[in-house]
Ligand binder design. Structure first.
Ligand code: HEC
Length: 193
């Protein structure tokens, strides 16, 4: 498929500086979509950092539970694309479970991270044809940053009260015990073409 060749097969980094063989169209799709994903990553980190500093992890849970979905919905409304976040180890399976395409990309992201690629630079995009139409699909890694540790980290990094709250709210939580520098999940964007 043409676009796969243009944007790189799974496993090949879609580097910030576009390879010469990329067409203007492929580059435009990647650049526009990356901009929105980067905006969401920045908004998430900003909102979490602010709330953690102001009132600590118990209240910041609200940010990840309500504010982040609101921020992604706002970006979805603004762009007309589906913008959200997913993970191979979701805390909230109802919202955070990856579909087949996303699972494949996330598995590949983990391999790329193991090979030492810089987490902040890991992304992938391609045009896909589904029964409902053609889409540009794009994902960008959400790395486990220090600010994520108080709610997704190893036991020693989480307070007992946060652990109890999360256990009560998310009985199927798979998103703890992660060390900094791992792939926590990804922003995923699906835009109709
Ligand atoms: C204060 C606690 C807290 C912090 C800090 C936190 N999260 Fe979360 N995170 C949550 C909660 C709670 C959910 C479940 C939200 C929901 O109900 O959909 C969640 C969900 C997610 C999801 C959606 C997929 C899933 O697992 O359900 C991703 C991705 C995610 N967090 C990434 C991060 C990243 C990356 C950071 C650091 C930048 C971070 N989180 C920091 C509490 C936190």
């Amino acid at each position: 498929m043409k676009w796969r060749a243009i944007l790189g097969l799974a496993g090949v980094a879609m580097a910030g500086a576009a390879p010469a063989q990329e067409t203007g169209e492929g580059r435009r799709l990647a650049e526009e979509t990356r901009k929105v994903a980067v905006e969401l990553v920045g908004q998430i980190r900003g909102a979490l950092t602010k709330e953690l500093e102001l009132s600590g992890p118990m209240r910041a849970v609200i940010v990840c539970k309500y504010t982040v979905p609101e921020l992604s919905s706002a970006l979805s409304r603004k762009t007309g694309w589906r913008v959200t976040r997913v993970s191979l180890k979701p805390r909230n399976p109802a919202l955070g479970t990856a579909d087949a395409w996303e699972q494949r990309v996330l598995l590949d992201f983990e391999k790329r991270a193991e090979r030492g690629e810089k987490l902040d630079a890991i992304e992938f995009g391609e045009v896909v044809t589904e029964p409902a139409g053609r889409y540009y699909r794009y994902m960008k890694v959400l790395p486990m940053a220090p600010v994520c540790m108080s709610c997704h980290g190893t036991d020693d990094r989480m307070t007992q009260s946060v652990r109890s709250l999360l256990q009560a709210e998310y009985p199927h939580d798979r998103a703890t015990g992660l060390a900094a520098g791992h792939v926590r999940g990804a922003v995923t964007v699906k835009r109709p073409l």
